[in-house]
Design a protein around this ligand. Structure first.
Ligand code: DGL
Length: 260
């Protein structure tokens, strides 16, 4: 089992930001990444649909022999991870907006959260914000339109820059000093965001925390790979964006179209 791959899925190519963090910490682990880009964005879909798609993605990864599943998508985690854990007998790692570190460290007592509609409206998100929002203003903003632009390789476009400016405006007005990126597509926008935001605003994403958690759970379950040979990585997308994913990965990786 130790040599079996870690499986990751996302509604699209954004979860590769999580894959990178995991691969940096655990370079000996084989991985399979599934981008369900055909159904992106998940954000505006209701909970039932997100659960259905998450089950389908998990079934594929398990059929490929994955030993652990990383739900590399905030929207799928906040809507579906409970069902996935009940239904499948493998460890799951999820990802949620990193409200806690931002809430604990803010000096201005105002933090911003940019995430999808599906994440911001989920029970899990509300539970977390209830826990940490005491005395703190949380400015939530749906990043409508961002995921499709990342999926189509338009990260540096003017339309993206305009959207980000619009979404940051109420946060700047509220004097936030932390911006939490609550969607795995958004770390790819950090260069654009740093052009819009003043330097003192810190941007937080959950990649490193998820990688550490993945390592810890592999250790606890005695699933950590002991292999010294080069790990193998397979990337699949079910839409016409193989080159977008390859560009984001920025390395010599095997990205394939999968009719899924
Ligand atoms: N990467 C997904 C997330 O973290 C994007 C969701 C979507 O497809 O709307 O939420």
């Amino acid at each position: 089992m130790k040599k079996h791959p870690i499986g990751l899925f996302d509604s699209g190519v954004g979860g590769t930001s999580i894959w990178k963090a995991i691969n940096t910490l655990l370079p000996n682990e084989n991985t399979i990444y599934l981008a369900d880009s055909k159904h992106a964005p998940y954000g505006p879909k209701g909970e039932a649909k997100i659960i259905e798609l998450s089950i389908k993605n998990t079934e594929f990864l398990l059929s490929e022999g994955c030993k652990l599943i990383v739900v590399a998508c905030n929207t799928a985690t906040t809507n579906a991870i409970k069902v996935l854990r009940e239904r499948f007998n493998v460890p799951f790692i999820g990802i949620e907006p990193a409200i806690k570190p931002a809430a604990l460290q803010t000096k201005t007592k105002a933090i911003g959260v940019l995430a999808t509609k599906g994440t911001l409206s989920s029970h899990l998100f509300h539970r977390t914000t209830d826990l940490y929002s005491n005395g703190i203003t949380i400015i939530e903003r749906v990043g409508e339109g961002i995921v499709p632009l990342v999926e189509s390789g338009n990260i540096e476009s003017k339309i993206m820059q305009d959207l980000l400016k619009r979404y940051m405006e109420p946060m700047l007005k509220a004097n936030i000093d932390y911006l939490v990126l609550g969607c795995t597509h958004y770390p790819y926008l950090i260069p654009q965001l740093t052009k819009i935001l003043p330097q003192h605003i810190k941007i937080i994403d959950s990649g490193e925390a998820v990688a550490k958690q993945t390592k810890a759970i592999l250790e606890t379950n005695q699933l950590l790979s002991l292999s010294k040979t080069n790990a193998s990585h397979q990337f699949y997308t079910n839409a016409n964006n193989v080159s977008v994913m390859a560009d984001l990965l920025a390395g010599d990786f095997n990205v394939s179209y999968l009719d899924f």
